[in-house]
Design a protein around this ligand. Structure first.
Ligand code: NAP
Length: 255
């Protein structure tokens, strides 16, 4: 290859940022790095390389982008709950003949003392809330998934999200802005002072937002846990180190 290899990272996660951080010394002299964001948050950042924002226009658009750039390697570091884009990436990479790796942190698993109610999706989570005894619900499911909860009257919702959210609906809902990591002591205090008796979360995995599960366990508070969507069958690693090793096997990176 008489040009620098180009790596496209499909971002939106801490792991995508960490990958760019770790590759920073190579970016420029030895590697072109492009991190792509969907554009859901206002100011996405990446510590190295180029940032592009916005959809590619489906599988056709992504395959055309991979060929035109051209991209040599793709790492899908999408959020575990991004349900569509992983399949687009798998299909487009197959068409364009580009190697693809999925980097995804492992899910949380229940431990002794947990009172989890595991459900398939946000709609099922809302049904679980309707049938649960909880009167004060901490809802940490992301602002795109609030729809099925808005018609639930009875419990009071404390809705935690990174950015301001429209809370219109029949429900009683109060916003709590916050971006992880959330320390355990803060989560304990939140559940105690707000008298939370039901927590709703996606099974995002990772350390940054796991403390609420510990705090809930300590209070024997039930947690409605939304399971992850299906993923395409592509090579998968769980850590940034493993992703770096995979990249290193495919492109010459000194140091
Ligand atoms: P999605 O349903 O899987 O994707 C919907 C569409 O958004 C895709 O078809 C694609 O549009 C575009 N898209 C998604 N990720 C993209 C990326 N990294 N770069 C360029 N275009 C992208 O995804 P989503 O659930 O809406 O999530 C969107 C973004 O937010 C992702 O980057 C994800 O990692 C992040 N995120 C999601 C969640 C969650 O719970 N879903 C939580 C935290 C962060 P085109 O078809 O036009 O290419």
């Amino acid at each position: 290859m008489d040009r620098r290899p180009t790596l496209l990272v499909l971002g939106g996660t801490t792991e995508a940022v960490q990958l760019a951080q770790r590759l920073a010394p190579q970016v420029g002299p030895h590697l072109d790095l492009i991190t792509s964001f969907a554009g859901r948050t206002a100011r996405p950042t990446a510590p190295a390389g180029t940032v592009r924002v916005g959809g590619f226009g489906g599988v056709d658009g992504l395959a055309a982008y991979l060929r035109a750039t051209p991209v040599d390697l793709v790492v899908d570091a999408l959020h575990p709950f991004a349900a569509v884009m992983p399949f687009h990436a798998a299909e487009a990479c197959a068409r364009a003949g580009v190697d693809l790796l999925k980097l995804q942190r492992p899910p949380w698993t229940p431990v002794a003392g947990d009172r989890w109610i595991e459900v398939a999706d946000a709609g099922a989570a809302a049904e679980a809330v309707r049938h649960a005894a909880g009167r004060r619900v901490l809802l940490t499911i992301g602002r795109q998934e609030l729809g099925p909860f808005r018609s639930i009257t009875g419990p009071a919702f404390l809705v935690r999200s990174i950015e301001a959210t429209d809370l219109a609906g029949a429900w009683t809902a109060v916003e709590l802005l916050g971006r992880g990591p959330f320390p355990l002591e803060d989560e304990r205090k939140l559940l105690r002072t707000e008298e939370i008796d039901l927590v709703v979360t996606k099974n995002s995995g990772g350390a940054a937002t796991a403390a609420k599960l510990t705090a809930a366990r300590e209070r024997a508070t039930p947690v409605v846990v939304v399971q992850r969507p299906a993923t395409p069958s592509v090579p998968l690693v769980e850590t940034v180190d493993e992703a770096l090793a995979w990249i290193g096997e495919r492109v010459q990176l000194p140091g």
